[in-house]
Design a protein. Structure first.
Length: 171
């Protein structure tokens, strides 16, 4: 998976169709898009680069907002691992060299069906960096999406998570 998409509960099929059509327009005619056991959560694997896809979706919302009716958020994912502290930590270590020493970051964690304590995960990741934390205007976002025994991880420039609902409200 390199994209995690959220939608309204029980609208997964409509969202899958919407994302499939748009990814086809963007250049991937055969993405692998699946419902998860979590209501309102869809995962997608596309041959397209995740951040490029996010930008294409932004353009689509700006020019043709009616094309996105079911998707709420699109979250880019760079790595997938088992949901345990050691695996999560190692995968974040692999991705954090992108963050320069003078840049700020924040950790965005969404946890579903996991016994690991939120504070334990955050402190485990925060210990890896000497950079300043900025919850309001970070340069980078460490994205952790826990779906049971699998965790999606991304270390992305700020505003990489596309909140379609928020953008449409601002217009």
């Amino acid at each position: 998976m390199n994209l995690l998409i959220t939608c309204q509960r029980n609208m997964e099929c409509e969202t899958i169709n919407e994302i499939t059509q748009l990814l086809d327009i963007f250049g991937d005619s055969n993405p692998n898009i699946l419902k998860t056991k979590f209501s309102g959560i869809i995962i997608a694997e596309t041959v397209l680069e995740a951040l490029e896809v996010i930008e294409r979706f932004r353009e689509k919302i700006e020019n043709e907002p009616w094309e996105l009716r079911y998707s709420s958020r699109i979250i880019p994912i760079q790595k997938i691992c088992q949901t345990d502290l050691a695996s999560i930590r190692q995968n974040v270590i692999d991705l954090i060299p992108s963050i320069k020493p003078d840049e700020t970051y924040k950790i965005s964690l969404e946890k579903r069906d996991s016994e690991i304590m939120r504070s334990e995960i955050i402190s485990n990741i925060a210990d890896l960096l000497t950079n300043k934390v900025s919850l309001e205007e970070p340069d980078w976002e460490i994205i952790l999406q826990i779906l049971g025994n699998k965790t999606g991880i991304g270390v992305m420039p700020k505003n990489s998570i596309l909140s379609i609902t928020k953008i449409k409200r601002l217009d």
